[in-house]
Design a protein around this ligand. Structure first.
Ligand SMILES: *[C@@H]1O[C@H](CO)[C@@H](O)[C@H](O)[C@H]1NC(C)=O
Length: 528
């Protein structure tokens, strides 16, 4: 899961980099692992700045002055780990044909097949383990097929049709063709979000933006915006006359429209509206539905409702109102603990919860508390939080989750954990309660969660983490491959922990840069 952004300014003399940077600040909650900007100057040359870390650390003033040009794209990468993660920072670039750079949000499920195709059929070298690099190269190979020295919109749309027929999975992308313009496209199921907007300048010229969330568009004065439709693409050509006219096309048939429900549960900012549904309102609804379920549970004697900050606040406060029980902020979050403190192994992860949250005794002492969180993933964070509540003097600790138990892998860009590492894997609710040390856990029902996010246009969602059935289907060997890669990564880490140097850890078979299984429920929250 990542944040993506693309802007074309009408004014050829203006540099777009400052706006790409500011936009990145509005998307930072979507990924704090790496950040990148690529701009394109007047001679069709790309200028890039990317690296590991938060946007404000990567995009220093000194580096930014080198990013010239009136169009460009940004990428914010969701936490992954591995030794050479810097090589996976996006946007990805390929020089042939024409110079293409691409930012991808999502995950492809037929990467094994694509890797083979790129190697054996079109002979393209893939240098990382990132499926976004595969995607970029599939698109490049499709464009190459025209064997033309210059392409037009029609060729680009055809190449996108070819690309989207070849790749399977979740993707929202912004790409840039050197000297030509910016391209946006979204997978046929609309799993990952992408919006398009326009801003009218004083001289009546128009600027255009593509972004993962509506907050960025609004913040930058792009008042007319809409969601890119599933299977749709848009090309915003940069025209030397200054007249930029975006062209939309349905490049492949849309399939079942099923955005990832996780955007609403915790990923997106509450002030975003995605596919016509307000994230904030969906979270209020989650609180109402959760309260209805809690009130039916027998033998619960709740004195106070306490959120696990930050995402669940909206739901928790509404839940308290619906239950007519006082709401208290029992945990205070330290906003200044950065990603630097996140260590890959379990032991340190546990204590970092305590570095990030502090329990106020006055709110817990002698009370029966209902803790509300957006979801429970591995259970390590929840367990720590329950323990903190007890240490602060709580009598009974009940734990409610706005989402149902997560029992399966997330395969569309949130690398939750191996299925077996999920606390919901093969456990019923009582067993989950036992593992996290709560007196009782209450999970939202899936039908209720879905009903919180629906609108007239939007009825279905990607909910594979709860059901194990994924909207795009999944190749048998894909999940095994994921597990293999994670295991390899773990071996690498173990060896490193035992004092081997990083280089010594990488033998021929270990030459993979792998995504890590971070407990997302605490680290990737936005600090709104
Ligand atoms: C590609 O175009 C060039 C120049 O027009 C031509 O010489 C070449 O044969 C073409 N290649 C293919 C594979 O069609």
């Amino acid at each position: 899961m990542c944040g993506i952004l693309g802007i074309v300014l009408a004014d050829q003399q203006k540099n777009v980099a400052p706006e790409l940077f500011e936009g990145a600040m509005f998307l930072q909650h979507r990924g704090q692992d790496a950040a990148g900007i690529v701009t394109c100057g007047t001679k069709g040359r790309f200028y890039q700045c990317k690296g590991n870390g938060m946007a404000r650390d990567v995009f220093t003033q000194q580096r930014m002055v080198n990013l010239v040009g009136n169009m460009g794209i940004t990428h914010l990468r969701y936490p992954t780990a591995g030794s050479s993660a810097g090589s996976e920072a996006q946007p990805f670039y390929v020089n042939s044909p024409y110079g293409i750079t691409l930012s991808h949000n999502g995950n492809l499920v037929n990467s094994i097949e694509l890797r083979k195709y790129l190697d054996e059929v079109v002979h393209r070298h893939i240098n990382t383990d990132s499926d976004s690099e595969l995607l970029t190269n599939v698109f490049a190979a499709e464009l190459d097929k025209f064997n033309k020295s210059r392409v037009n919109n029609q060729d680009l749309f055809s190449a996108l049709t070819g690309t989207m027929e070849a790749i399977r999975g979740a993707y929202a992308c912004v790409a840039m063709l050197a000297g030509y313009g910016i391209i946006g496209f979204r997978d046929p199921n609309g799993i990952r979000p992408l919006l398009f907007g326009e801003r009218i300048n004083a001289d009546k010229s128009r600027d255009y933006m593509l972004a993962s969330e509506s907050v960025v568009l609004k913040a930058h004065g792009f008042h007319t915006f809409r969601d890119v439709k599933p299977g749709e693409a848009v090309i915003i050509p940069k025209d030397s006359s200054g007249v930029v006219k975006p062209e939309f096309r349905q490049v492949v048939e849309p399939k079942v429209f099923a955005p990832d429900i996780f955007e609403y549960v915790y990923f997106a900012r509450p002030d975003s509206v995605l596919d016509g549904v307000s994230v904030y309102h969906s979270r209020l609804e989650m609180g109402i539905k959760l309260a209805a379920k809690i009130s039916k549970v027998e033998d619960l004697d709740i004195d106070v409702v306490i959120p696990v900050p930050d995402t669940s606040r909206t739901s928790a406060s509404q839940c308290a109102v619906s239950l007519n029980i006082p709401y208290r902020e029992g945990f205070v979050k330290n906003r200044y603990i950065g990603r630097t403190f996140i260590m890959p192994d379990q032991q340190e992860r546990r204590s970092s919860v305590r570095r990030k949250l502090n329990a106020m005794e006055s709110e817990f002492k002698g009370r029966n508390v209902l803790l509300v969180d957006d979801s429970i993933v591995r259970g390590t964070t929840s367990k720590e939080i329950v323990a903190m509540a007890r240490e602060a003097g709580a009598k009974h600790v009940y734990f409610a989750s706005c989402a149902p138990p997560i029992r399966f892998n997330h395969i569309y860009g949130i690398d939750l954990a191996d299925t077996k590492a999920l606390v919901g894997f093969n456990r019923d609710e009582d067993e989950i309660a036992k593992v996290i040390g709560a007196d009782k856990v209450i999970f939202q029902d899936l039908e209720d969660l879905i009903s919180c996010c629906t609108s007239d246009q939007l009825k279905q969602f990607e909910v594979g983490v709860f059901t194990g059935s994924y909207v795009t289907g999944v190749e048998d060997n894909y999940l095994q491959e994921l597990e293999k890669i994670r295991a390899q990564n773990q071996r690498l880490r173990d060896r490193r922990d035992r004092g081997f140097s990083v280089d010594a850890c990488i033998d021929a078979s270990d030459m993979v840069d792998v995504k890590a299984e971070l407990d997302i429920s605490i680290y990737n929250r936005g600090d709104y």
